[in-house]
Ligand binder design. Structure first.
Ligand code: NAD
Ligand code: DAU
Length: 336
């Protein structure tokens, strides 16, 4: 199989490419990435020289470029990760989210339709369901109630992608995953931010009471699920992907501090995120039934691995935390 991956220089896309090439999932992988603040070719240093890999620096909104690439490469499938992915940034400035997540997805779908691509896997999120009250868990038919500009832009792109199946019979599959964590995650997201701040003995900002619940999924488990959905899923279908490990944020941060041997006193309660979803919860039985996929990495083990990686890679952390990151951190946290 020959795959076009978008957003492959980001956190999940790069894990997917490393696994796809390392595990022989595909015979060629082309990575189209704009290299925004979140894209980092260091994440792919291990595959850069692999003759089965090609990197193309470009924007998914550039329809001409996408059309040319599809003509040149004729991939069997597109696996679409590229997105603006951070909720807090979508509150500070939503425009890029609409542009990349909605218009960018449209541009890819159009090009894929014209080229007759045989599979289009759209990587989405459980955030499209919005906050779920206990004791419910959302299945794939749950209503969409996104709360942030980020999740609204993802919900919009999910629906657009599905419409390309209904209307044009472009074989689209949508996956909706819960909160990912693991090595190479940009330290704006909860787990890497808390690990890197704790390592520097800086305060750990907990939004509101810290009792919001997220379901944690190790990134490699997510990548294996995407492969399963791509190979075993049905066109026009949606598949939830979760880690089956729901925890309140405060407990996650306590575990990080315990594993690092740092005091709980580093946690500081700060002003809550506007529109903050209280709880995410999904069932993943549909993908399990279709493919046999289940998450393999227990949270404690995944967290230990992740902490070890951040400890062992201070250079990577220092480089991504320089420049633009400082400005973002100031903007998001200074007046909380
Ligand atoms: P990320 O922010 O780490 O990476 C995004 C990548 O997309 C970067 O390499 C960036 O350069 C690239 N990109 C952004 N705009 C682009 C454009 N216009 N053209 C080409 N490339 C562009 O994101 P991530 O956490 O790896 O998430 C990947 C996907 O998975 C996203 O679609 C996200 O919505 C979804 N998702 C993420 C999570 C999570 O917990 N991180 C959970 C569920 C779903
Ligand atoms: O559920 C899947 C989604 O998970 C993905 O679609 C998104 O791309 C990804 O960013 C993530 O969204 P969240 O908003 O849940 O992730 P984040 O890491 O930003 O926050 C996790 C929880 O931690 C959330 O309840 C907010 C809280 N938080 C976050 C940060 C950055 C804090 O309390 N303090 C913080 O500084």
């Amino acid at each position: 199989m020959k795959w076009l991956v978008t957003g492959g220089a980001g956190f999940i896309g790069s894990a997917f490419i490393r696994l796809a090439l390392g595990g022989g999932w595909a015979r060629r992988v082309v990575n189209l990435d704009k290299l925004t603040y979140a894209g980092n070719l260091e994440n792919l240093a291990g595959v850069q020289a692999d003759p089965r890999y090609r990197f193309v620096h470009g924007d998914i909104c550039d329809t001409r470029l996408v059309e040319r690439l599809l003509e040149e490469e004729r991939p069997d499938a597109i696996i679409h990760f590229a997105a603006e992915s951070h909720v807090d940034r979508s509150i500070l400035g939503p425009e890029a989210f609409i542009e990349t997540n909605v218009r960018g997805t449209f541009s890819l779908l159009e090009a894929a339709r014209k080229a007759g691509v045989a599979r289009f896997l759209h990587v989405s999120t459980d955030e499209v369901y919005g906050s779920i009250e206990e004791p419910h868990e959302a299945d794939e038919s749950w209503p969409l109630r996104p709360s942030s500009p980020y999740s609204a832009s993802k919900a919009g792109s999910d629906l657009l992608a599905l419409s390309y199946w209904t209307t044009f019979r472009l074989p689209v599959i949508v996956t909706r995953a819960s909160n990912n964590y693991g090595p190479y995650q940009f330290p704006e997201k909860l787990i890497p931010l808390m690990i890197s701040n704790a390592l520097e003995e800086k305060s750990l900002p907990i939004y509101g009471d810290g009792m919001q619940v997220r379901d944690w999924l190790y990134v490699d488990d997510h990548c294996r699920a995407i492969r399963a959905a791509l190979e075993r899923g049905e066109p026009g279908e949606i598949y939830n992907i979760g880690g089956a490990r729901a925890l309140p944020n405060r407990r996650v941060v306590e575990m990080i501090l315990e594993m690092l041997g740092k005091p709980y006193s580093l946690m500081t309660q700060v002003k809550d995120r506007p529109g903050h979803d209280r709880r995410y919860a999904i069932t993943t039985e549909k993908l399990a039934r279709a493919s046999g996929w289940r998450p393999e990495v227990p949270f404690e083990e995944g967290l230990e691995r992740t902490i070890r990686w951040y400890r062992d890679n201070p250079g990577w952390v220092a480089r991504v935390k320089s420049g633009e990151y400082q400005k973002y951190y100031e903007q998001n946290y200074a007046n909380r």
